[in-house]
Design a protein. Sequence first.
Length: 303
Amino acid sequence: MLERLEAEAFLTLAEELHFGHTAERLHVTTGRVSQIIKKLERRIGAPLFERTNRSVRLTPTGHRFYEDLRPAYEQIQAALARAVDSARPTLSVLRVGFVGAAAGQVAHQARDLFPEREPGWRVHIREVQLVDALARLREDDVDILILHLPVSGADMVVGPVVISEPRMLAIPADHPLAGRTSVSMEDITGVPLLRVAGVKPGDWLSDRWPDRTPQGRPIPEGPEIETFLEALQVIGSGIGATVVGAQVTRFYIRPDIAYVPLSDAPPLDWAPVWLKSNNTAAIRAFAHTTLEVAQRIYLAATR
């Protein structure tokens, strides 16, 4: 009998060909991935991967196992999603979480539109905080989240990008960089970047506080925070900075904080995300509704 974690570990490693990346996607340790694969290889009686200090690749046996297992695994996931759909014929409440004001605007307008698209459903909206947003989803406290990317994980479905905005640096208003028309990542080498408590490298949000500039110059580590409003309070007091989206200039104007465009940073994208184990028709329909609403908001803003 093949256990779910064994299947997920093998399929993910076959795609990533990297134990560390596989461990990050599955939210386990690298040692745990190695232990699972060795146990699976003992059961099969042959190596599934060739490992060296520099690379990981499938053996012929591993390649055949992947070709056989992937379709079967996808069928099981689809069957599970259909079973969830059929087990909830009378469910009428969709629980939607959001992070940040722009995502909240999209969520609330989608809530008003959704019953027209899916009669019999109503939507309950709640704000979630940076420190526990994904935990709220995984603990079944919300069904779908609207938050900023990137989000990775073998258990996640990422919906359409509904907001794409320039990145900015939120910095104390009296900082020397505050008067600039723009800054580059190289300019922030002396600026401590705030980080969310408990977030490890590779986790959601960790891209917001790189430890080095693109040219390799160190960026100091700033204080830990748990919510965005707490981050603003810390920055407003003159301590540290954080990378934000341009929506802050509409929703979070403060006299003690300056928002300076980052000239060489990629856009910050926002999307609805949900669990593969809860991939229902209603959730997919709501994700489509958020895209429709976001497009309307953008058109209204540009007129």
